[in-house]
Design a binder for this molecule. Structure first.
Ligand code: ASP
Length: 351
């Protein structure tokens, strides 16, 4: 038990089978009468399942969402989040995460955090145990360690091999040489020539009608060290207002940073828009503000994707994407399932 994890937190977390990620969580309360709903990105089926179980046990919606995404943060086979996430251009994994809590309208985030497997739980401590909203880099690592989070090497052997292949094939003048075609590891082959976008977002509505949300990521693969995407930026990678709803995003972070689409979607809910329309509004905003020619196709449409997730206070929800074919995860009482996103364009992104 960490010195900074008090006995009451430890006992209630142990009763629920939670581990280190429970540092900073609230004790469970009595279950209310509202229908709970949890949504997440397509990599979040286990996330919505876990978060729903915890919400049904009276766990705070933000704490439930953090526990849900912690499964993916710890999964070495998800290359876009936490442990096993693809590293920056120097081979170092740098994580970004943010949380928001509906009842207190609190928010916290960390960016460019190295060596800590559960950045979302650290972001909750930034929210609860500091007077700040965002802590980055070395300071975030020191802060996490002060709260008892252990340092771990986040670069798995597989992710190292994928990064090494990128390094060997990236520069025209490079002295690093890739293996011959037939000698290439099949895992590495699958990632050859791909810059991976990927993240997990989760928004949760509990049995009291309270909201919580989290977004956590290793960001764009092979990024410039210190590059921060939209995920840890409140209003961009996620946003909520307890009276109206919660929203988040995954995909090309730079396009979202320039539009603050999570804030936009919650504002749309406040003005009475349905989640389905709010996610399309966010897609339209991105499409209309993308001006750089290198990012546009011959018809002037963005050559990248962004996905949006929106959960209203009354339990309605939607996922949206610029391009067709995306899905998102939902648990609204019966079971966890993947659901189609609505899309701005009715064809898939050509890669
Ligand atoms: N939005 C994340 C970022 O830009 C990555 C992603 O979701 O693809 O860092």
């Amino acid at each position: 038990m960490s010195d900074n994890w008090n006995r009451r937190e430890f006992l209630s977390a142990s009763a629920l089978g939670l581990g280190l990620t429970a540092i900073g969580s609230a004790p469970p309360k009595a279950v209310g009468k509202n229908r709970p709903v949890v949504i997440s990105s397509a990599n979040g089926l286990r996330t919505v399942e876990k978060a729903m179980d915890l919400i049904r046990a009276g766990v705070d919606p933000l704490d439930a969402a953090i526990e849900g995404v912690a499964i993916v943060e710890a999964d070495p086979n998800d290359r876009s989040v936490g442990y096993g996430g693809l590293p920056n251009e120097e081979g170092v994994v740098e994580l970004d995460a943010a949380v928001m809590h509906g009842p207190t309208h609190g928010g916290g985030s960390v960016a460019s955090l190295r060596n800590i497997m559960h950045p979302a739980a650290v972001a909750r401590l930034v929210m609860k145990r500091t007077d700040h909203c965002l802590i980055v880099g070395e300071g975030a690592l020191k802060f996490a360690k002060a709260h008892g989070f252990p340092e771990v090497d986040l670069l798995t052997d597989d992710s190292r091999k994928i990064w090494l292949h990128w390094k060997e094939t990236n520069g025209k003048e490079s002295d690093w040489l890739a293996p011959e075609e037939g000698e290439l590891d099949p895992l590495v082959q699958r990632f050859s020539g791909v810059r991976l976008h990927g993240t997990i977002h989760c928004s949760a509505l509990d049995t009291h009608g309270d909201l919580g949300c989290v977004t956590t990521t290793s960001g764009l693969s092979f990024k410039i060290p210190g590059r921060v995407g939209d995920s840890p930026i409140l209003g961009a990678g996620l946003y909520l207002e307890n009276d109206f709803g919660s929203a988040g995003s995954t995909g090309r972070g730079e396009a979202n940073l320039l539009n603050l689409c999570s804030f936009l979607m919650v504002e749309d809910l406040r003005r009475g828009m349905a989640p389905r329309d709010a996610v399309i509004d966010a897609c339209k905003r991105v499409a209309s503000t993308t001006k750089a020619k290198r990012l546009l196709d011959a018809k002037g449409r963005p050559k990248f994707d962004l996905k949006f997730y929106c959960l209203a206070k009354d339990g309605r929800f939607a996922g949206g994407s610029l391009w067709a074919g995306a899905k998102f995860a939902v648990h609204d009482g019966d079971s966890a399932r993947l659901v189609d996103c609505v899309s701005l364009y009715d064809e898939p992104l050509k890669t």
